[in-house]
Design a protein around this ligand. Structure first.
Ligand code: ADP
Ligand code: MG
Length: 444
């Protein structure tokens, strides 16, 4: 795959997500997720579809939306061209069931989600080590391995990586990766068609069963029951189970106590929110994959600003890269700022002037009322200047706004504070270290 194609593939997967809000999750699942991206040339986006039926439906119902979402990533698409290909389903891992259509969607794995492509850092090293252990072992290690953490932090990536690795190293083993939603859907469908036997068979013959996002099972009593049985059967037969969720087993809502406690029996590994170092590492790895040389200061800027999760971070990098590839402009921090203005705003929304003021006051043991008063004692003045500088760095507020929020001061006072702080940071190591600690405290 050329780096351009790789960028396009990445953009496409982002776009699929965006389209959910535009045309609804169901339509994306039913139609758009069936498409593949081939290339983009001369304003024509080439896609592939598994049948004429899908192609015609997509063209008549979603072309405008697809084009507008793709263009929001800096592309300049005017038309869609959808080719129909023969669906020869290479990614299927599961086998031995008649319900071909369902099997296909059970185990389609993302080619990019491998251990090699997973950047390891403090926040995820434990989960990574556990995943590797499970993937390499001949027999179940911890049953289950329960991965949990916030969205976009790499849980699905690790599960797919386990599957890829097992398929490479233990070719005979049967692996199933399935979302909890799909699991429920298949189960309910089997109830409706009075065919729970084949549902059970499908899962009972498996060496490694991975169920993603099990928080969705909460509240669904019959599915929980079935899940519990399947789970116990597999464990009794010495098969490995890997689960993921957005919460730890004990915090899962609407899940029966006995199931909760059973889920916590094995190894529970949480994926922590990202750190600056991990984010920078991921950006460096991705830009290397794209064979793009992106200036270090731009990567640092992105790692500093996009703190929400790795999915958004990748999205940000893709947009910047797309701009460069498609528009041919050099990347600078200013360009990145322009291209990502909406994303930067949404990542900032939790850092307010007030939050900064409160935290700085705590740090320097100064009263908030003093910070916004005319007082000029050294400790208070320093805290005020630090807070002003942080407001400039971490929010999108104008200098005038910042000044006003500090007891109605003028913007020139803010300019002066910023200059003074920059100078201080350069000259005073102790101060610089304090400042860094404070800045870091606003990440995530
Ligand atoms: P989750 O399942 O926790 O919501 P995903 O596994 O879908 O998150 O990850 C979101 C995106 O971030 C994916 O594209 C994934 O490849 C990427 N990603 C997550 N963690 C890492 C990592 N440590 N190194 C490289 N890419 C990562
Ligand atoms: Mg996931």
């Amino acid at each position: 795959m050329s780096s351009n194609e790789q960028v396009l593939t990445q953009i496409w997967s982002e776009a699929e997500n965006d389209l959910k809000t535009m045309v609804g999750e169901k339509s994306v699942k039913a139609w758009i997720s069936k498409l593949g991206v081939i290339g983009c040339d001369d304003g024509i986006l080439k896609l592939s579809a598994p049948s004429n039926f899908v192609r015609d439906n997509v063209l008549s119902r979603f072309s405008t939306e697809i084009i507008s979402v793709i263009n929001s990533y800096g592309c300049n698409v005017k038309f869609l061209n959808i080719e129909v290909y023969d669906c020869n389903n290479q990614d299927v891992v599961a086998n031995s069931t008649d319900d071909q259509e369902d099997v296909k969607s059970i185990s389609v794995l993302d080619k990019r989600f491998t251990f090699e492509n997973f950047v390891v850092g403090k926040p995820n090293e434990f989960a990574y080590a556990a995943a590797i252990r499970v993937a390499e072992a001949d027999t179940p290690q911890f049953n289950p391995l329960f991965l949990y953490g916030g969205v976009g932090l790499g849980k699905t990536h690790l599960m797919h990586a386990i599957a890829w690795h097992v398929m490479k190293v233990h070719k005979k083993k049967k692996v199933i990766y399935i979302s909890a939603e799909k699991f429920m859907y298949l189960f309910i469908k089997s109830l409706r068609f009075k065919d729970t036997m084949s549902f059970k068979e499908m899962f009972r013959n498996v060496d490694i069963l991975m169920i993603d996002d099990v928080q969705f099972i909460g509240g669904k009593d019959t599915t929980q029951e079935e899940f519990f049985h399947t789970f116990n059967d597999l464990v009794d037969n010495n098969r490995q189970i890997v689960l993921s969720a957005d919460k730890s087993p004990s915090d899962l809502e609407g899940v029966e106590d006995r199931l909760k406690s059973r889920l916590g029996w094995g190894l529970v590994a949480d994926v922590h929110p990202t750190s600056y170092e991990l984010r920078l590492g991921i950006l460096q790895a991705k830009s290397k994959q794209y064979k793009m040389s992106i200036p270090g200061d731009v990567l640092e800027f992105l790692a500093f600003k996009i703190t929400s999760n790795i999915r958004e971070l990748e999205g940000a990098l893709n947009r910047v890269v797309a701009h460069v590839t498609l528009i041919g402009r050099d990347i600078t921090i200013t360009v990145a700022q322009e291209v990502l203005s909406d994303l930067l705003r949404s990542n900032e929304k939790f850092i307010t002037v007030e939050l900064i003021q409160r935290r700085v006051c705590e740090f320097y043991s100064v009263k908030l009322s003093d910070l916004n008063s005319p007082k000029r004692q050294k400790a208070i003045a320093t805290a005020r200047q630090v807070a002003m500088y942080l407001c400039k760095e971490l929010t999108t507020k104008s200098l005038a706004d910042i000044g006003r929020s500090f007891g109605g001061r003028d913007h020139t006072t803010v300019v002066h504070a910023i200059r003074k702080m920059k100078d201080f940071i350069k000259r005073d190591k102790m101060f610089a270290a304090d400042f860094e600690i404070l800045t870091k405290s606003f990440e995530n």
